[in-house]
Design a protein around this ligand. Structure first.
Ligand SMILES: Nc1nc2c(ncn2[C@@H]2O[C@H](COP(=O)(O)OP(=O)(O)OP(=O)(O)O)[C@@H](O)[C@H]2O)c(=O)[nH]1
Ligand SMILES: [Mg+2]
Length: 231
């Protein structure tokens, strides 16, 4: 996609603060510090549009970026970060859950994982929940510049094995080199092109319950997801 305009479109701490324009949205979710904001900046080609930081937990609100005056990218707070207070973690969770559940113009989600590490319980839980809700999503493994090229196929296959589904549907990306950018855009364009009312009936990319995550989940982040994964 040719990006001719990208601008900050506001932040929301709860559902009341969401933009009221009705334009389609694509969400970016993943554990803290995986590179969600960097992915957004690289896709739109604007350095510093979404705030990035080597300190995990940088993105604390739902941040909206208006692209080409026609749709929003939504940078979601990272999950699985142990060093913020329990209260703050649960408020992040509540905010993400209610947004994902209720936002009709949300066309789909880019689920981002650090390509150097395996998917964790929180990632698998979110994936299970997305399948259950019928919300389209694609998996992007980022920071792939840190993984030697000869290992890419293995990393991709491993992620597909853990997350379930076809290996070709796991996209490999690096914000540092821009590799994989075209493929991620293609996936986003497809999401944006899908008719809005088919979302809840959408065919899941992966049958529910594959991989290691538990099956019956009503929310992406259950009580057990007060992560100790980070520290
Ligand atoms: N080498 C490399 N570093 C990256 C890449 N993407 C992000 N980073 C670095 O990883 C750190 C976190 O990046 P962010 O984009 O802020 O991550 P985030 O997921 O938005 O983080 P939170 O908002 O805190 O959840 C920063 O130091 C980035 O420079 C990448 O593709 N390659
Ligand atoms: Mg961020």
């Amino acid at each position: 996609m040719k990006v001719f305009g990208a601008q900050y479109g506001g932040s929301a701490v709860d559902l009341k603060g969401l933009p009221g324009s009705g334009l389609p949205e694509v969400g970016f979710a993943g554990r803290s510090n995986v590179g969600k904001s960097s992915l957004i900046n690289c896709l739109v080609g604007v350095r510093g549009l979404a705030h990035t930081s080597s300190t995990p937990g940088r993105t604390r609100f739902l941040n909206f970026y208006l692209i080409n005056s026609s749709f929003y990218f939504v940078d979601l707070p990272g999950y699985g970060y142990a060093k913020v207070s329990k209260q703050m973690r649960s408020s992040f969770r509540g905010m993400i859950e209610s947004y994902l559940k209720s936002r009709l113009q949300l066309k789909g989600l880019i689920l981002i994982l650090d390509g150097r590490h395996q998917a964790m319980a929180s990632d698998l839980m979110l994936r299970d929940w997305l399948i259950q809700e019928g919300l389209p999503f694609r998996v992007v493994l980022t920071k792939m510049d840190q993984v030697p090229h000869r290992q890419w196929a293995r990393v991709q296959a491993q992620a597909a094995g853990l997350l379930g589904g076809d290996r070709d549907r796991i996209l490999l990306f690096s914000a540092a080199t821009g590799e994989g950018k075209k493929e991620v855009w293609r996936a986003i364009e497809k999401m944006l092109g899908e008719p809005r009312n088919t979302r809840r009936q959408a065919k899941p990319m992966i049958p529910p319950g594959q991989g290691r995550a538990r099956k019956e989940r009503r929310a992406p982040f259950g009580p057990n997801t007060q992560q100790v994964e980070d520290g």
